[in-house]
Design a protein around this ligand. Structure first.
Ligand SMILES: Nc1nc2c(ncn2[C@@H]2O[C@H](COP(=O)(O)OP(=O)(O)OP(=O)(O)O)[C@@H](O)[C@H]2O)c(=O)[nH]1
Ligand SMILES: [Mg+2]
Length: 232
């Protein structure tokens, strides 16, 4: 059954991945699919437009801003964010929609629940990003009782009213942990479902920051959440 949900596909120069991924996305599981494009110049936007999708050009740069702008353009009261790089399993989109339909405020596709579940570290020379993600998620759970094993994965859905309450303002990759922490602070209903992160289907990682810089930036956002309480 079609869920009254908007699927927001986030892309920035993902032509190789999106050509392979697009046929696998279950568009008929949701009632609207839109694209937030971060300024592609490799034909990604044109390809998706040719498939009949509405493509919005991002006004402000950064993956966090793509989430924030996606919320504005989505027409439904439930919204799922999905990356167009092949890392996220499109088969899990209907599962996220299912739990949103069940009334959850935020549904996270978590990479660290299933045995053997992985996060794609293939572009991380030290292969430590998965460990870092698990550690950051554990810390967030200890401090804010998030109840989730993966506070960081971007593949997630929100009830619109819940996402609005979170007043998200992280411009880059810190948006996910900010949303998890704030949802926990507000006592929102969070569901984590198991997913397998797949390997990128092509192209390159968009963050130029290395693993340590990313970890530092996440840390800064976590510190900020320690001091702001519920005032955001
Ligand atoms: N619209 C938009 N999409 C972005 C932006 N930055 C990254 N993305 C997309 O978000 C998804 C994830 O970006 P990545 O840079 O691969 O980040 P990541 O998934 O954390 O990194 P990996 O673990 O290496 O895959 C991809 O589909 C990107 O094209 C942005 O500024 N705007
Ligand atoms: Mg990725």
């Amino acid at each position: 059954m079609k869920s009254k949900t908007t699927l927001v596909i986030l892309v920035w120069n993902e032509i190789d991945a999106i050509k392979e991924l697009f046929p696998l996305i279950p568009l008929d599981a949701v009632s609207e699919t839109i694209v937030i494009d971060g300024g592609s110049n490799d034909g990604t936007a044109e390809f998706l437009k040719s498939k009949g999708l509405k493509v919005y050009q991002q006004k402000h740069r950064g993956r966090g801003n793509a989430f924030i702008e996606g919320l504005k353009y989505a027409k439904n009261d439930k919204i799922i964010f999905f990356s167009g790089d092949g890392n996220e399993d499109p088969k899990d989109i209907p599962k996220v929609a299912y739990w949103l339909d069940k009334g959850y405020d935020m549904v996270i596709a978590g990479r660290f629940i299933l045995n053997g579940s992985q996060s794609d570290d293939s572009d991380d020379p030290l292969r430590i990003r998965k460990g870092g993600n698990i550690l950051m998620s554990w810390i967030a759970n200890v401090i804010w009782d998030t109840g989730v094993k993966d506070a960081i994965n971007g593949f997630r859905g929100f009830k619109r009213s819940a996402m609005v309450q979170l007043k998200l303002d992280a411009p880059k990759h810190e948006i996910e942990i900010q949303s998890t922490i704030r949802a926990a602070k507000l006592g929102l209903k969070i569901k984590e479902i198991p997913t397998h992160e797949l390997l990128r289907m092509g192209g390159r990682r968009k963050t130029t920051a290395g693993t340590f810089t990313l970890a530092k930036n996440l840390g800064i956002y976590m510190l900020r959440e320690m001091f702001n309480g519920k005032k955001f």
